[in-house]
Design a protein around this ligand. Structure first.
Ligand SMILES: [Zn+2]
Length: 318
């Protein structure tokens, strides 16, 4: 994930560049989110006849993994969407689209097959050149499993955009940060550590390939790629420090200077998303969702108190 000495910052790729297109295209659907007809459903469609032979293998990996369908199922179960959302795995994309993108109205997510092939190519290189973090299971440290898991995280990011746009969620920071946050929130709670770890492994390699940080990279509406790696790891570590401090901080993947902030950061993210979604819970999920939101609030209060106890010590150590 991180090579020795590697807390270096690096620059952007076509990868982040195309996500940026989605990030810029924020168009509200104000007035549309009438909850009375909030019965939109998420569906996943594979447009096989558009997929080129060289992309069929990567698409087969994603289809078999069912990572897109799992996220769709979770949203369908938990959230009352005002509109349908169609996830299209297709080579028939709008002009200029090369990466996974969410349309401004939040009603379509495009997953272009060449993008999946690109991820698989990067990860094929990773498994040959990067030492496996001990926390990541040996049986899954192969290009196919890493591709499925990192796509699960990336798709979580796009689903975050779709929820923001459809539900017109109030945002207190950059939308791209919130989309990354939803990817962490959804995968850490519903899947486990795999997607965050795989995404960190992928983005770390992308950052390395990007090379030196440029003004273009710094001016992106996304955090710079290497920073996203640490954000993914921070939320994961903060979600269960007893389990993850040793393998992530002790093993040198997440700096000791960042780690003390992570439990509260996770608690804030978790409470933030549950609270954002609460007015939009489906009838079937409402009781469970309300309880989970209350627990997340208690957890945030507890983590903030715990952080308060440490703060003088942490500051004086810096
Ligand atoms: Zn985005």
């Amino acid at each position: 994930m991180l090579r020795s000495g590697g807390y270096s910052a690096l620059l952007r790729t076509a990868f982040t560049g195309a996500l940026l297109v989605a990030g810029f295209a924020v168009v509200s659907c104000a007035g549309d989110s009438d909850k009375a007809d909030a019965n939109g459903k998420v569906t996943v469609v594979y447009q096989d006849n558009t997929i080129k032979p060289q992309d069929r293998q990567a698409v087969a990996v994603i289809r078999k993994s069912r990572v897109l369908e799992q996220a769709a199922d979770w949203v369908n179960k938990s959230v009352a969407l005002p509109h349908d959302l169609v996830v299209k795995v297709t080579a028939k994309v709008p002009p200029g689209v090369t990466d996974a993108v969410t349309q401004p109205d939040g009603r379509t997510i495009f997953v272009p097959p060449p993008f999946l092939t690109q991820i698989q190519g990067v990860l094929s290189n990773v498994v040959k050149t990067v030492e496996r973090p001990a926390l990541f299971p040996e049986a899954e440290f192969n290009a196919d499993d890493l591709t499925a898991l990192s796509t699960q995280f990336i798709f979580g990011h796009e689903m975050g955009h779709a929820l923001q746009r459809q539900l017109l969620l109030p945002n207190l920071g950059l939308e791209e940060d919130a989309a990354d946050g939803f990817a962490s929130f959804y995968t850490v709670n519903e899947v486990g550590p795999g997607p965050s770890l795989a995404a960190a492994i992928l983005f770390d390699e992308l950052a390395r390939e990007e090379g030196k940080l440029t003004l273009e990279g710094l001016s992106s509406d996304h955090p710079v790629t290497q920073q996203r790696v640490f954000n993914f790891l921070c939320y994961l570590e903060g979600s269960d420090p007893k389990r993850f401090y040793g393998p992530l901080v002790g093993a040198g993947y997440l700096p000791k200077t960042r780690a003390p902030l992570c439990p509260q950061a996770w608690a804030m993210l978790d409470y933030g998303w549950w609270t954002q979604l609460k007015p939009h819970f489906s009838e079937a999920f409402k009781d469970q969702g309300d309880k989970t939101q209350e627990n997340a609030r208690d957890q945030l209060i507890a983590e903030t108190k715990a952080f308060e106890k440490q703060i003088d010590k942490l500051r004086s150590e810096q």
